[in-house]
Design a protein around this ligand. Structure first.
Ligand code: NCD
Ligand code: ZN
Length: 415
């Protein structure tokens, strides 16, 4: 029965796919998970693993995908705002080469859409597209407003999905002292998201459009009305802008005031948000711990996103079905991947969760090479086991798998 916990057995075939789901299955090698809860592993549509990079980099494919595996994430979509940016086919291929033998989980490679981008030829090699409408880490010059409709039409013709960072810089406000998350919110207001989205919608026919990191209920409503996809992050769901917080809490779009944050949480709980993503942006602590105005935006999260939200399930504040849909099922469908559901034919990418075991997040114990977390001390439920294609890759907080994750491209027909 959908949406209810029940005792089941899952039969996995030689290819690592779910072959049967029943009360009892005869034969085969059996593994007893006791009364742990079995859920599909998550897919994270929005991570920055920072390869390639020229500056002080902390994360890599190796550390970032291992962090994902430990956080219950079985596939990550890696953003293209690297140094140099992934904006031509040769750079996608170079990234594929770098990833070989490094990946603890599967990887989808985004390509960046810019005024000079060879969108058509990139569409043949990349896994998805990303468009930045405002400057952010690694992106200084977003495309001019007038050029956006034709860029969208060209992306639509490739058949790949497009994720948009939707903040309109013309709606940013001058704030004399950019010294706290509250000032950052005043500088990049919710209207900047609303204006960017108004300029994108409805979009050309056939465009698979997804709006990244929606920070407020009003923005969620605008996108939902258009029928397109969108995501929220744990930082916008759980953290509000506070006067005393440091630049570790500086993100784009900004953290919002408490009432907005609470409203976004209500939307999420009600199952009105299609996708949960981390926007894992692993800036070194050294560059975050400087003057607020100068520090880069973004915070790490791929390892803690699902555990933080599983804790909300444990506390009775969130339905497991809502979380599973937003973290596991919809992001996999969005990328054309066949996992994320407990269903016959899906890859057996699964998590065993013990809801009696929760512990505070300690950045020093995380596998992400970032070394800090905005959620230090928050209670979390880390999945105890993680299986990929039926093989155990995480057991009791340790990565025990092989580095055999692959760079995948969407198969919308199969998913
Ligand atoms: C991201 C980063 O650091 O790459 N930062 C952020 O604040 N979200 C870039 C981005 O997603 O805008
Ligand atoms: Zn991002």
């Amino acid at each position: 029965m959908r949406g209810k916990l029940q005792p089941i057995e899952i039969g996995i075939d030689g290819e690592g796919r779910i072959a049967r789901i029943a009360k009892s299955i005869r034969g085969g090698v059996r593994e007893d998970l006791g009364d742990r809860v079995l859920i599909p592993a998550a897919t994270d549509l929005h991570v920055h693993l920072r390869e390639p990079s020229t500056g002080p980099r902390v994360e890599s494919f190796r550390s970032g995908t291992e962090a994902a595996a430990l956080g219950g994430v079985t596939a990550v979509a890696d953003m293209p705002n690297t140094e140099p940016p992934i904006d031509r086919p040769a750079r996608v291929r170079e990234k594929q080469d770098r990833a070989r033998g490094e990946l603890a989980v599967d990887l989808i490679l985004y390509a960046a859409v810019g005024p000079q981008t060879a969108i058509e030829s990139l569409g043949a090699v990349a896994g998805a597209f990303k468009l930045y409408l405002s400057p952010t880490t690694g992106i200084e010059q977003p495309p001019e407003e007038g050029s956006v409709p034709s860029l969208l039409a060209r992306v639509a013709a490739t058949g790949l999905s497009l994720t948009v960072h939707a903040e309109e810089p013309l709606a940013f406000r001058t704030v004399t002292k950019l010294d706290s998350p509250i000032a950052w919110d005043a500088h990049r207001p919710i209207e900047a998201e609303q204006r960017a989205i108004a300029g994108l919608l409805p979009g050309p026919p056939g465009l698979r459009l997804h709006i990244a990191h929606v920070s407020a209920p009003a923005v969620a409503n605008s996108v939902r009305g258009s029928g397109h996809s969108f995501e929220v992050t744990p930082q916008h769901l759980l953290l509000a802008a506070r006067r005393d917080d440091s630049a570790r809490f500086k993100v784009n779009p900004p953290l919002r005031p408490p009432a907005i944050r609470a409203g976004l949480w209500d939307e999420f709980r009600a199952g009105r948000v299609p996708v949960l993503s981390s926007d894992h942006a692993p800036h070194p602590a050294l560059v975050k711990d400087q003057e607020f105005a100068r520090a880069p935006s973004g915070m790490p999260g791929v390892e803690t996103t699902l555990p933080l939200l599983l804790e909300k399930v444990r506390e009775g504040e969130l339905g497991l079905d809502v979380l599973q849909s937003a973290a596991c099922d919809r992001p996999a469908r969005w990328l054309g991947l066949s996992h994320g559901r407990l269903a016959v034919g899906e890859r057996a990418n699964l998590l065993a969760v013990d809801f009696r075991r929760h512990r505070p997040i300690q950045a020093a114990r995380l596998r992400t090479a970032c070394g800090w977390s905005a959620f230090e001390g928050w209670e979390a439920v880390f999945p105890e086991r993680h299986y990929r294609d039926g093989q155990l890759i995480v057991a009791d907080g340790e990565f025990v798998g092989a580095r055999n994750g692959v760079v995948v491209r969407p198969d919308y027909a199969r998913a």
